[in-house]
Write a protein that binds this ligand. Structure first.
Ligand code: SAM
Ligand code: SF4
Length: 329
């Protein structure tokens, strides 16, 4: 079965946040003092997560990304991953992590059959890492990176480009692609920092990131677009890895968006920029049958906003005070 939304876009990809808690405090994601963590009882239980994924797999979801908060702060996350990887219909399970607690689990992730790991790393400078994340955990993240390479797990580095904070890191992160089979993706900063602070305009947008890269690497080649991918991909001749630019604030990719999100408290988002369209956890806790939950899900997919701008306009909560750690990125 293939599920289509009201704009005829196939929905095949689910991003699910397993917790809003985190052991870093990246300033673009949450304030230094953290956010009000959800009570544990409000988080989806493992049983609820598995039930939702099973239902969505029956509807055509094939790719799953586990995210957070930081997935590895959730107790027994490896047990959950093992179950999800083995669910019928789910072809690929990926995970996004900050890498602080991940290194000891990398070998097991490989054995389980994880499809890839996205590692968030905005700088290769230890001091800047501490300034951005408010924690001194750089060496642990680098250990995770090394482990991922040594286990040959496909790895993407996610780097948010932040004005006045890490422009100097763009070139050093690109240098990782010279000899490593890694994809380094530069992400426009989005307004989900948990504090309601917003840019009217984003200076470091995808165009500026691209022209900055071209200045130092004029041989940059554009790679063909992959359907449903949010990243415009590039390659530097002679380099092993690839480079991506994700226009997450400019929202240039909505026309082929194949993804839905479920937040840590079980809220379905049919667009990153909406404020949640259906609380699946509440339906399940109210004792709804699988058929009833599926009917609600199908209804939600018939009113997906055309793009992130339309979703933002329809939000009830403006300005956005959400943290990306609740949404999952
Ligand atoms: N804690 C994990 C991590 O950092 O990889 C997973 C959750 S984190 C919310 C997922 C991704 O969202 C990370 O790559 C992070 O850089 C990105 N992110 C968080 N806040 C963002 C923002 N305001 N703008 C752009 N990307 C953001
Ligand atoms: Fe934590 Fe990830 Fe948010 Fe950083 S981006 S504070 S690591 S959830």
């Amino acid at each position: 079965m293939i599920l289509y939304d009201n704009h005829n876009r196939p929905l095949t990809y689910l991003r699910l946040s397993v917790t809003d808690r985190c052991n870093l405090r990246c300033f673009y994601c949450m304030p230094a003092e953290g956010i009000d963590w959800l009570p544990k009882s409000q988080l989806l239980s493992f049983e609820e997560i598995i039930r939702i994924v099973q239902l969505l797999a029956q509807l055509g979801i094939r790719k799953l990304r586990i995210t957070g908060g930081e997935p590895f702060v959730r107790k027994d996350i490896m047990k959950l991953l093992d179950k999800l990887i083995n669910l019928p219909g789910i072809n690929e399970v990926h995970i996004t992590t900050n890498g602080v607690l991940t290194a000891p689990f990398v070998r097991e992730l490989k054995q389980m059959g994880i499809a890839s790991v996205n590692l968030s790393l905005d700088t290769l400078d230890e001091k800047r890492f501490a300034a951005i994340t408010h924690r001194n955990e750089f060496s642990k993240v680098m250990q995770t990176f090394e482990q991922l390479l040594s286990q040959s797990i496909p790895v993407k580095i996610n780097a948010v480009v932040m004005e006045g904070k890490n422009e100097a890191d763009i070139y050093s992160l690109i240098e990782l692609t010279r000899n490593h089979p890694v994809s380094v993706r530069f992400i426009e900063e989005m307004p989900f920092n948990g504090s309601g602070a917003h840019y009217a305009q984003l200076n470091w947008n995808h165009k500026k990131i691209l022209s900055h890269i071209r200045t130092a690497y004029p041989e940059l080649q554009k790679l063909p677009d992959t359907p449903g991918s949010t990243a415009a991909m590039y390659h530097i001749t002679g380099f092993t890895g690839t480079i991506g630019i994700i226009a997450a604030f400019s929202r240039t990719f909505c026309g082929s968006c194949n993804r839905i999100r479920i937040t840590a408290q079980g809220m379905l988002k049919t667009c990153l920029y909406d404020d949640g369209v259906l609380n699946i956890r509440d339906l399940m806790r109210a004792g709804k049958s699988d058929t009833e939950v599926v009917a609600e899900l199908l209804k939600a997919f018939t009113s997906r906003p055309r793009n992130g701008f339309e979703a933002e306009e329809k939000r009830k909560a403006i300005p956005v005070h959400e943290s990306m750690s609740t949404i999952g990125g």
